[in-house]
Design a protein around this ligand. Structure first.
Ligand SMILES: Cc1ncc(COP(=O)(O)O)c(C=O)c1O
Length: 327
């Protein structure tokens, strides 16, 4: 294991590298490195502190009162925004995809405790969240707040992710970096930041527009300088390819087995679904023997409490998955 300090958002973060010793990975002749980004505030771990870093900088420069953003009822992004805004004395307001504020929802309860306020959007209203008219109206309505898109995926979010030196494993340059992908900013940032490495995004939702959104984020971040447009990334689906938030028994069992084997927590909505697919690819001989792969652990462990509260995972599963990780 190897660690290094890394300054992101407002907190001193630590990059932790770990070579995974799963027998099936070793049998395939693959060196698989897990990269975790730990933060003093656990809700900012993984991609969260990276995607929020330049948004926060911008808010401080523009002297905005806080953040206006979007998310689903169990969103890791909303929990991270609520935490960072509370820490920095900023306001936070979320447009929540929900019909009501469920007092049993641990994510919403946490966000409320950090001072986040909510407006509720129906599923249909939520679908308009990227439309110019709607965004313009929001900017007028919440003039003192800085609008951060869903998942923090904007060119500012992409720039933050691009700074993490994911291709530099303790054993040398990686051949491929892999991550879970949903709103696309993480994949776009890694592709831009690590131009000499292949990057594989594993989509955790059934959304045929994800690829064009990643491309758009890359274009927006590069601005006019499209001569440096990277062609080093691609997307694949999980197997089975289920809708966002849904997972198979196999995918859940994989997370449990992974925790027992490596002492590291994955959850079945993002990192577990993606790592399961990576193992399927490794076991099917997709990668040449001797390849050095990196999996970026994007965080999101607060979501486990919501899965348990909705009966999507059992108490025993919750206890195992939320147990502290091995040092
Ligand atoms: C834990 C976790 N992993 C991966 C992702 C996917 O990142 P992105 O939305 O940038 O594609 C998210 C969403 O932000 C997430 O919460």
């Amino acid at each position: 294991m190897s660690t290094a300090s890394y300054l992101a958002a407002d907190a001193l973060s630590t990059i932790r590298w770990q070579l995974l010793a799963s027998p099936s990975v070793q049998a395939a002749g693959i060196k698989l490195w897990l990269c975790q980004l730990h933060t003093a505030q656990p809700l900012l771990a993984g991609n969260k502190c990276l995607k929020l870093k330049y948004h926060i900088q911008q808010i401080q420069q523009l002297q905005c009162a806080g953040i206006l953003t979007f998310g689903g009822a169990y969103s890791n992004h909303l929990a991270a925004v609520a935490a960072v805004c509370q820490q920095l004395g900023l306001k936070s307001h979320a447009l929540l995809r929900a019909d009501s504020l469920d007092p049993k929802n641990p994510t919403v309860t946490y966000c409320l405790s950090q001072g986040m306020t909510f407006s509720l959007l129906s599923r249909e209203q939520y679908r308009t969240r990227q439309q110019t008219d709607f965004l313009q109206q929001l900017k007028l309505q919440y003039a003192d707040l800085y609008l951060v898109p869903e998942g923090g995926s904007s060119s500012l979010g992409v720039q933050g992710v691009a700074e993490l030196p994911l291709a530099l494993t303790p054993a040398g340059q990686a051949d491929l970096i892999c991550c879970a992908s949903a709103s696309g900013g993480t994949l776009a940032g890694i592709a831009l930041g690590q131009p000499h490495c292949q990057v594989l995004g594993i989509s955790v939702l059934r959304d045929s527009s994800l690829s064009s959104r990643v491309q758009q984020l890359i274009t927006d971040t590069l601005g006019k300088d499209s001569s440096t447009m990277p062609g080093n990334w691609h997307l694949t689906d999980t197997e089975p390819a289920l809708a966002y938030g849904k997972f198979s028994q196999q995918q859940l069992q994989f997370c449990l087995e992974f925790k027992r084997e490596n002492g590291i927590t994955l959850e079945p909505v993002y990192t577990g679904k993606a790592m399961h697919k990576l193992y399927q690819l490794i076991n099917s001989g997709h990668f040449a023997r001797g390849s050095r792969l990196v999996f970026f652990h994007t965080g999101g462990l607060q979501g486990l409490a919501g899965l348990y509260s909705r009966g999507k995972i059992s108490q025993a599963d919750y206890v195992l998955l939320s147990a502290p990780e091995a040092d």
